[in-house]
Design a protein around this ligand. Structure first.
Ligand code: GLP
Length: 232
């Protein structure tokens, strides 16, 4: 893993953006995208850049089950607001939170097969989840519906009016698909991510620490600030 320790989230966004630019210059056509507060500065760089994504494909990691695309907290809304309204892709794929479970899983796996991901952007949960793959999820899992842990519900309740409103399930791209990406950039900021980052980099490779699978990938860049690096 290439480790990059940056001053803050703004600099992290710039570094990640430079890597994306390089990948696109080298022919990358399919970006795997993440949501959450972590990639916000990266998307700002992308929005404000000269880059044109209109001949590229984007595939998002996940979506809450039960939220319609136009729900204010859906990941569809997040992506529109943070990136794709300003910088549209040729095609943008995000799981349909209202879709029939079995059909949606099939559809999403077919999309990932049709458009192999060149570069996957990731954040990390405080429990080291990637996408919505919670601890214990098989490394061989493809797209599926994941039951969110109480730690994730707790961490994400800040976006909702109350904890009760936080969906309990999400569609998530599986770990097998995530690691099939040719290149991966994982970003993490803040002290609350420090233990997950340490386990990901220095811990054993175990399904209890979903992000630890990245130790087996040959092109991963981890961009973190000093607080997230504080337990390394
Ligand atoms: C969310 C998302 C993840 C994200 C993580 C961290 O639940 N499903 O893709 O990386 O949790 O979120 P944040 O960046 O807001 O800390």
């Amino acid at each position: 893993m290439n480790l990059m320790i940056v001053k803050d989230k703004a600099q992290g966004g710039k570094e990640a953006f430079n890597l994306i630019k390089e990948a696109i210059d080298s022919g990358a056509k399919v970006l795997g995208l993440a949501t959450g507060s972590t990639p916000e500065t990266l998307y700002k760089e992308m929005r404000e850049s000269e880059l044109d994504f209109s001949d590229m494909i984007s595939i998002n990691l996940d979506e809450y089950v039960g939220l319609s695309a136009d729900h204010p907290q859906s990941y569809h809304t997040f992506m529109k607001k943070n990136l794709v309204s300003a910088k549209p892709f040729k095609k943008t794929f995000i799981p349909d939170g209202l879709g029939d479970e079995e059909a949606e899983i099939k559809r999403y796996n077919k999309i990932i097969e049709e458009y192999p991901i060149d570069l996957q952007i990731l954040g990390i949960g405080t429990n080291a989840h990637i996408g919505f793959n919670e601890p214990g999820t098989s490394f061989l899992q493809e797209t599926h519906v994941e039951e969110l842990t109480s730690a994730t519900i707790e961490a994400n309740k800040r976006y909702f009016e109350s904890e009760k409103e936080v969906p309990k399930y999400a569609f998530s791209m599986g770990i097998k698909s995530i690691v099939s990406a040719k290149q991966i950039i994982l970003m993490a900021y803040g002290e609350e991510k420090a233990e997950a980052v340490n386990q990901m980099i220095n811990g054993s490779i175990t399904e209890q620490v979903p992000a630890s699978i990245l130790q087996t990938h040959d092109n991963v860049t981890v961009i973190i600030d000093e607080a997230a690096a504080s337990k390394l």
